[in-house]
Design a protein around this ligand. Sequence first.
Ligand code: NOJ
Length: 548
Amino acid sequence: MSDQWYKKAVVYCCDIDTFADSNGDGVGDIQGLIGRLDYLSRLGITCLWLNPIHPSPDRDDGYDVSDFYNVDPRFGTLGDFAELLHQAGNRGIKVIIDLVVNHTSDQHPWFQSARSSPDSPYRDWYVWADSAPSDRHQGMVFPGEQGETWSYDRTAKLWYYHRFYKFQPDLNIKNPAVREEIKKICAFWLQLGVAGFRMDAVPFIIEETEPGNANPPKDLDYLTDLRQFVQWRKGDAVLLAEANVEPDELVKFFGDAGGSNNRIHMLFDFMLNGQVMLALARQNPESIIEALRETPKLPAGGQWATFLRNHDEVDLSRLTAGQREEVFAQFGPEPEMQLYGRGIRRRLAPMLGGDRRRLELAYSLQFTLRGTPVLRYGEEIGMGDDLYLEGRDAIRTPMQWSLLENAGFSTADSGKLVRPVVDSGDYGYEKINVTNQRQDPKSLLSWFERMIRTLKEAPEIGAGSCVHVDVPVPEGVLVHRAEDSTGTMLFVHNLCTKDAVVDLSSVSAEAEFPNDILADREYPDLGKFDQVPVAGYGYRWIRMRRCS
Ligand code: NOJ
């Protein structure tokens, strides 16, 4: 019997400030989110991941925290947050929050104190150098927006390290007091009732930065220690990490104590994400097949978190330059659609030309490939982006609830909104909104509800094994299967426009009462399996066997 809830979760990422504004000040808030929990419950999600909720000067969408023990007053109070946890819990929804402890805001009182005097108790909480480090122009995460990773602080008369923007000084993880404080932060939020953390920038947290060394050692054991602490405080709490590292490094982040995972429970599958984008761009699943074949085996308890889009750019840095160009050509051909030379700042719906069949195909792939699916708010209705906004803000526009002014997101004057709503074109709120789609059984939202319900009927998906099934198929078709002690599912996805027929007779012996539990259309009964049709951009979820 397994009780690893995160392996069967459907995660929904939500940025409070652009979700729902309850008090008409133009900024989304916790009460607004509470008011939408029934919507999320109907959608079928089981875990809410909240982008940073803490007080912040908000120069990096909250990823620049100035107080780890509170919520941003624009969002509400700690009392509101406790109420959110309670109300979400009533609906069987767990809540995880972003834990951003690689760095703080430069406005954080710790940094203000640290820079003010060599005698400050916080001086050693940050990473300093006496003279300009030779590697200060290396390792930038935001090329073009960030000129260096070490900046001079005139108050301290020292150089300080910042892996990200200049206003995000890195905490000094070598300092035991910093490690203790991070535990205290985790303990505080766990005590309030969160179910775990999405840990930001994990490869950088564990870096033991030294001036002049662009490749410093990493203290992976720190993750073992933190995991143990978190688990003692709350047995079923999870750590879900952002660690976009080389494939052979990944397993170290999961940790392996005699076959069992003892560091991070879940890692975002950046590798698969890039390969899925490439496969969609080429209309050919080869890159997915290769990714499935080459991924390291995870220790027990370890799990991937699978996504198509998140709150950042589509990160194609793990593809070769040539492959990246292929994806750019299909999904982000204009310079203003690209970011940092490695990514695309668009939402999925516009990337796929708003083609409903292709969108279903893409999400069907995401939800049936290995791991726990993570959705970003608005994906379920096919929201678009606003390329007039800067950088990653293009994909962070307010949720489109209805035809009401400001898409039903807020009653404030439109000029006061935290970000403008998308109000024109194919993705404007008059065309794309929850209210319209809720009433339409054929809408993308209704499809998502049905798909997630179906997923819950097939527990082997995501939690079980996920392997490519090597049968002869026409170009463009992927066959894979998911299996565990509860049963076996087989999936056929056609990534190209041409209808196809697949010969699955070599696996037909495994089928007990095969039938489609989800498909892009009604197909004829499965028969002998030697001629299984799948339409262009079509997909079939075939139940092969059920053990209980
Ligand atoms: C990764 C987050 O996803 C991104 O949005 C943020 O800017 C950086 N970490 C810095 O915290």
